[in-house]
Design a protein around this ligand. Structure first.
Ligand code: FDA
Length: 395
């Protein structure tokens, strides 16, 4: 490719991730001349590391309720028009073996590489060019279209789709470029924050619980704010704080300074046998709690938070505490460890059916760069596919 060549296409997609590639495929199917530009040396790097290398590529129960956004209704239209079954049909067409792990979460049996290959094969079938290793210096409005100054010369198109993802995992090539373009064109941004992210203990809690690193428990977890969902998942103690699916899920709804709340023994009445029986002592309570928690967590919990006494009132109070254990984290592990970025391009700026910027015809935002963030469990890829397909139907 001649670096000084003036390259004219119909659609430029910036970002060869999940959303960008899906958009390119759909636009290519309509006969549009599409190029996908990415600064990384290869396409779909986040897909490759997702789901522990097996890519949790969708969730068959995906609905708008599984997403966080300043406008909880925004995702409905795109999710309804490109469903998990639509993506599954593509998976089956390419003979990719998959399984449901739990709660509608679909994973590849073999490797996430198969998903990237599927997307690149579909791109090739509709003559989409995927050009990696290309950095973009500038984006300019050019009449009704756009001109991009890149490390491979200037590119021009009537439609520009921004699919540069969020800020999570900067060492994998995440940049703020998508947000910068939005600002350049005067679009509002909902403040970004790390989501699906481990939380860090305060120094006092680290002293109390830090030795439990590696211990896990089956819990109910939620952020403290009202009307946030409660998740039944595993909690994992780390060297610095709390993680595991329960905490990742709650973290997306958590705000600095607030507590995260856990029911450490969902459905159990740990003190029942003590209240009904004759033995009320530390050993009996420990044995009862050990029915719900591992022995290390049982010992640490009873040491840090013993009952105030052995009366019915004291035991009932202790039981309530066990089902509403509050931790006020000092912070989160940040974008370096966050699976996704919450916030992003304000959905009030975009058409819910096409992702086109209402005030800038021809400019589209899709995937994680938009203020739509999925819960854990394949929802973020489903948003990438659905928003990508929505833009691809129009761009
Ligand atoms: P994505 O990040 O995939 O792609 C953006 C692309 O833009 C990248 O290729 C990047 O190089 C490129 N780019 C960025 N800046 C650029 C610039 N300035 N110029 C040119 N190109 C630029 N979700 C899920 O549903 N199931 C799962 O199993 C997992 N697992 C998972 C594991 C881990 C470790 C992480 C970090 C994340 C997940 N996720 C997930 C989340 C999921 O990976 C994420 O939501 C999607 O990849 C978002 O797709 P996008 O296409 O929007 O961005």
């Amino acid at each position: 490719m001649n670096p000084n060549e003036n390259q004219n296409v119909d659609v430029i997609v910036l970002g060869a991730g999940a959303a960008g590639l899906m958009c390119a495929i759909e636009a290519g199917k309509r006969g549009r001349r599409v190029v996908v530009l990415d600064h990384a040396e290869r396409a779909g790097k986040k897909i490759l590391i997702s789901g522990g290398g097996r890519c949790n590529f969708t969730n068959i129960y995906a609905r708008a309720e599984n997403y966080i956004s300043a406008n909880p209704h925004f995702a409905k239209s795109a999710l309804a028009r490109y469903t998990p079954q639509d993506f599954l049909a593509l998976i089956n067409k390419h003979g990719i073996a998959w399984h449901e792990k739990k709660l509608g979460q679909l994973f590849c049996d073999r490797s996430a590489t198969e998903i990237v290959n599927l997307l690149l094969t579909e791109c090739a079938a509709v003559n989409v060019r995927v050009v990696c290793g290309t950095s973009t210096d500038r984006v300019e409005r050019n009449g009704e279209g756009f001109t991009l100054a890149t490390s491979r010369g200037a590119w021009q198109a009537s439609s520009l789709v921004i699919a540069t993802g969020g800020l999570s995992i900067p060492k994998m090539g995440a940049t703020a470029f998508g947000y910068e373009i939005a600002r350049q064109f005067g679009l509002k941004i909902v403040e970004t924050r790390p989501a699906l992210v481990p939380l860090v203990f305060s120094p006092r809690d680290l002293e109390r619980w830090g030795a439990l690193a590696g211990v896990s428990a089956d819990v109910l977890a939620s952020a403290e704010a009202k009307k946030t969902p409660v998740f039944r998942e595993m909690l994992l103690f780390t060297h610095r704080g709390l993680s595991g699916p329960a905490v990742l899920q709650a973290s997306s709804y958590w705000k600095p300074g607030e507590a995260v709340r856990f029911d450490l023994a969902p459905g159990a009445r740990v003190t029942e046998s003590l209240i009904a029986g004759t033995k009320r002592d530390a050993a009996t309570l420990k044995a009862a709690l050990n029915g719900s928690l591992s022995s290390r967590l049982t010992a640490a919990y009873l040491e840090a938070l013993p009952p105030a006494g052995w009366s019915n009132v004291a035991l009932e109070e202790w039981e309530r505490g066990l089902h509403a254990w509050r931790v006020v984290p000092d912070g989160s592990e940040g974008y370096a460890k966050a699976e996704v970025t919450a916030g992003g391009v304000d959905t009030s700026e975009l058409s819910a059916s096409t992702m086109e910027a209402k005030r800038v015809p021809g400019l589209y935002f899709i995937g994680e760069v938009v203020d739509v963030t999925g819960q854990l469990g394949g929802f973020n890829f489903q948003w990438a596919w659905a928003s990508g397909a929505a833009a691809g139907s129009r761009a």
